[in-house]
Design a protein around this ligand. Structure first.
Ligand code: HEM
Length: 194
C-alpha cells in the first residue's frame, strides 16, 4: 500500500450539520453539557469526507460495531422485532450524540453491563418500541483525531410514533445509566419533500 491510498471503513458514518442533506433540522437541544450549533440540515454520509462542505457547522463521525452488552436472548429478541432505518413513512428522526464520563470508562465490562441492563433496563425499555423506532448506534471513542462524543445514536420513526419516542427517551434518561452521561445533545429532524 502506498501512502496515497486511503482505506475507508465501510462501517464509518459521517454526520454533517450544515445546509445540505435529506433531513431538515427542527430543534437542537442540549440535554446535558455543551450544545451543538443549530443548523438547517443534516447530511449522513456512509464513509469519510476529506473537507467539510460549505456551510457545515459541525461534523461528527462514528462506526457501527458488534454488540458489547446484549445477551444472546436480547439480541435474538431485537433481531426478530427490529427494522432498518429508512422506511418511507419514517419521516421523523433523532440524532443524539452522547458522551459518558471517566467514571463510566473506568468501570469493567461486567460492572457496566450491570448498570446498563440489570439496573437501568436499557434493552428492556428499548425493545418495547420496536419496530416503531428504528435505530443505529455508532461508536466514536476509539476513532483517531479525538471525537467530541463517545456515541452517535440515530433513530427514525413515523409522526404517529412521536409520543412513544418521547416516552422512551424520558425513561432512559431517568435511569442509572444516564447518571454517567456528561454530554448529550438531542437533534430532531423531519424529511420533507423527498
Ligand atoms: C429503539 C429502542 C432502543 C433499543 C432497542 C436499544 C438497544 C440498545 C442495545 C442493545 C445497546 C447495546 C449494544 C451492545 O450490546 O453493545 C444499546 C446501546 C446504546 N444505546 Fe440504546 N436502544 C434503544 C434506544 C436508545 C435511545 C433512545 C438512546 C439515546 C437517547 C440510546 C442510546 C444508546 C447508547 C448511547 C448506547 C451505547 C451504550 C454504551 O455502550 O455505553 N438507545 N442500545
Amino acid at each position: 500500500m502506498t501512502s496515497q491510498e486511503c482505506v475507508t471503513n465501510p462501517r464509518l458514518f459521517t454526520f454533517v450539520g450544515g445546509t445540505t442533506g435529506l433531513w431538515r433540522i427542527t430543534s437542537v437541544k442540549a440535554v446535558v453539557g455543551e450544545s451543538l450549533a443549530a443548523t438547517q440540515r443534516l447530511d449522513i454520509i456512509n464513509g469519510t469526507i476529506l473537507l467539510a462542505p460549505d456551510g457545515a457547522q459541525w461534523v461528527l463521525r462514528g462506526v457501527t460495531s458488534n454488540e458489547r452488552y446484549a445477551t444472546r436472548a436480547e439480541k435474538s429478541l431485537m433481531v426478530a422485532k427490529q427494522t432498518a432505518l429508512g422506511r418511507p413513512d419514517a419521516t421523523c428522526a433523532a440524532l443524539i450524540p452522547i458522551r459518558k464520563n471517566a467514571q463510566w470508562w473506568g468501570l469493567t465490562q461486567d460492572e457496566r453491563r450491570a448498570i446498563f441492563e440489570d439496573r437501568s433496563r436499557h434493552v428492556q425499555i428499548g425493545v418495547r418500541f420496536l419496530p416503531a423506532v428504528a435505530r443505529r448506534l455508532h461508536h466514536c471513542r476509539d476513532l483517531e483525531g479525538g471525537e467530541p462524543f463517545d456515541f452517535v445514536t440515530l433513530f427514525d420513526y413515523a409522526p404517529a410514533d412521536s409520543a412513544a419516542f418521547e416516552e422512551m427517551v424520558a425513561e432512559l434518561r431517568a435511569s442509572e445509566e444516564w447518571k454517567f452521561v456528561d454530554r448529550e445533545v438531542d437533534i430532531r429532524m423531519i424529511r420533507d419533500g423527498v
